[in-house]
Design a protein around this ligand. Structure first.
Ligand SMILES: Cc1cc2nc3c(=O)[nH]c(=O)nc-3n(C[C@H](O)[C@H](O)[C@H](O)COP(=O)(O)OP(=O)(O)OC[C@H]3O[C@@H](n4cnc5c(N)ncnc54)[C@H](O)[C@@H]3O)c2cc1C
Length: 155
């Protein structure tokens, strides 16, 4: 049985980013997702400049920049006429390519567990417990019981 401090359930954009950042910072992390490689999924195909600014803080922007096409100018058209041209720095990239690029930044010290976590009420986290044991895992329900509050502090 493996022990871990932090289990990230879902290796999409959020989970993969968290796994890369926490793993790089030396935390004991496991990433859990049903797909070894993020499957084709048509979603956002660009990150705008405010999102890129946020990404810079993660230390992962450079890898995404290499995998993206960065546009330099946006033309805005109304009724068939160009009404504005403005400088831009959007990263254009398909969602699956973006997530898989982020996953490639996750250090080898972060194991990947191919698993679908059951979301059933009564067996909440039971699949996890088959293969993982948590030193500090608390569910929102546990927190509600112990603190009387609906929300939970950091685990
Ligand atoms: C059609 C569409 C267009 C969009 N366009 C834009 C856009 O232009 N700009 C923008 O900023 N945002 C856009 N979004 C929103 C953006 O895609 C989401 O905010 C973002 O993808 C959420 O990332 P996430 O990591 O939370 O979820 P996801 O990327 O969906 O990741 C969830 C992960 O959890 C895993 N998972 C699910 N269930 C389980 C389980 N039971 N056990 C284990 N793992 C599990 C999945 O396999 C997946 O890898 C769009 C969304 C859609 C649907």
């Amino acid at each position: 049985m493996r022990e871990t401090d932090i289990a990230i359930v879902g290796g999409g954009l959020a989970g993969s980013t968290a796994a890369a950042m926490l793993g790089r910072a030396g935390h004991d992390v496991v990433l859990v997702d049903p797909h070894a490689s993020y499957p084709k999924d048509f979603r956002c195909e660009k990150l705008d400049t405010s999102q890129v600014d946020l990404l810079q803080k993660t230390g992962l922007a450079e890898a995404l920049a290499r995998a993206s096409t960065i546009d330099l100018e946006v033309w805005i058209a109304r009724l068939g006429r160009v009404v504005e041209r403005k400088p831009s720095g959007q990263y254009d990239i398909l969602y699956d390519a973006m997530v898989n690029t982020l996953r490639a930044q996750i250090p080898a010290s972060v194991p990947f567990q191919r698993l679908t976590l059951s979301t059933g009420e009564e067996n909440h986290f039971s699949q996890f417990r088959k293969s993982l044991s948590f030193r500090r895992l608390r569910t929102a329900a546990d927190c509600g019981k112990s603190t009387g509050r609906a929300s939970c502090g950091p685990i």
